[in-house]
Structures are given as structure tokens and as C-alpha cells.
Write a protein that binds this ligand. Structure first.
Ligand code: XMP
Ligand code: MG
Length: 184
């Protein structure tokens, strides 16, 4: 799926695939340098982080492990409440591990701040966060994100793993939807 397949549903492209890929390569170089000589476990947050995980990890030169979690924040619609429920937990014991949480987007920061403290109680040697996108609202909760791809405006975005009603995850870019999509 790409721009041409979107017809009138696309408002605009915020980040195209080249921009995303170039930034992920830079982030991967930083991660390689920071974790040199240490075994790293990447923890992807389903479902949104699937694309980021796939592309970021393939830019890494080190042989990392990957695991996945699925969480859901209680609360309606497109904003999160900070009350988080684990839908799928990790298969990996975190004791002594260096963990890097891989996320698509940090908005209010509530989900990641909950996840960070949850994983930190499991005896990991370190827990850090890499997020492709960050919205200004992320300041609401002071969660320190070690690696950020792009700061974006406070608009609802889709593509590159991010969905609206489970659709548009398979767009290779990040963009905004035309208002009629939400109205339909
Ligand atoms: P918080 O507010 O806890 O939320 O940082 C993070 C989660 O909210 C979802 N989210 C979005 N999903 N387009 C999306 O498709 C967006 O613009 C957006 N903003 C937040 C997402 O699930 C993220 O993990
Ligand atoms: Mg998400």
C-alpha cells in the first residue's frame, strides 16, 4: 500500500519511507555504539512497533534478541489513560538483561512510563526506550526516551505500523488522514 492507493483518504505525508529509513539507520548506529560488548534484548510493543522493530533491528550490526509484548491502555478512543493491561507478556526472563523497548509513538507518555516501571521491577540490568515518533504531549509524564526518531505535531497519524481502526498499518510512510475518513 502506498500514496497512490490512498485516493482521497490521505491528507498529507509527514515522513516518507526514505526519511524514516535514514533516521532508523542513525538510531541503530547510536544503539550499536552504546551497547557495544553487551547483549541486547529488543522488546517490541505490539502491534504498532512491528515495522520499527523490523527496520531498526536490520540496521543493527550486533546480534540482538527480540521479544514482544502486547499492552492495552484502558480508556476510550484515541487517548490513553495510563491504566495498562498486559495482553501478551514476554517469553524472556529479564534478570540481568539489557533491555531496549521499541515503540512506534509516544504521545502522553503514560503507556511507556507504565511499561518502563513494570520491566524495571523484573531485575533487568538496564531498561531504555527507542521510539520512532514523539508528540509534544509526551511532556505530560516525564519519561526519558533514550532514542527518538522524530518529534511530530499533536495530530493523529497513521502508517508504518500505526493504525486507525486497525487499518493503514501497512503504509510505508507516516501521514495524516483526511477528515472524511473519521466521519464515515
Ligand atoms: P501514550 O499516550 O500512552 O500512548 O503515550 C501511546 C500509544 O497511543 C497510541 N497512539 C497513536 N496511535 N496514531 C496512532 O495510530 C497516533 O497518532 C497515536 N498517538 C498515540 C499508540 O498505540 C501508542 O502506542
Ligand atoms: Mg503502540
Amino acid at each position: 500500500m502506498d500514496v497512490d492507493d490512498m485516493g482521497q483518504d490521505l491528507e498529507r505525508v509527514l515522513l516518507d519511507r526514505e526519511q524514516i529509513d535514514a533516521r532508523l539507520a542513525e538510531m541503530a548506529a547510536q544503539i550499536d555504539a552504546d551497547y557495544a560488548g553487551r547483549d541486547l534484548l529488543l522488546v517490541g510493543v505490539l502491534k504498532g512497533a512491528v515495522m520499527v522493530m523490523a527496520d531498526l533491528s536490520r540496521h543493527l550490526h550486533s546480534a540482538v534478541e527480540m521479544d514482544w509484548m502486547a499492552v492495552s491502555s484502558y480508556g476510550a478512543g484515541t487517548s490513553s489513560s495510563g491504566v495498562v493491561r498486559i495482553l501478551k507478556d514476554l517469553d524472556t526472563d529479564l534478570t540481568g538483561r539489557h533491555v531496549l523497548i521499541v515503540e512506534d509513538i509516544i504521545d502522553s507518555g503514560l503507556t511507556l512510563s507504565w511499561l518502563l516501571s513494570n520491566l524495571r521491577t523484573r531485575g533487568a540490568a538496564s531498561v531504555e526506550i527507542a521510539a520512532l515518533l514523539r508528540k509534544p504531549e509526551a511532556a505530560k509524564v516525564d519519561v526519558s526516551v533514550r532514542y527518538v526518531g522524530f518529534d511530530i505535531p499533536s495530530e493523529f497519524v497513521v502508517g508504518y505500523g500505526l493504525d486507525y481502526a486497525e487499518k493503514y498499518r501497512n503504509l510505508p510512510f507516516v501521514g495524516t488522514l483526511a477528515p472524511h475518513v473519521y466521519a464515515d
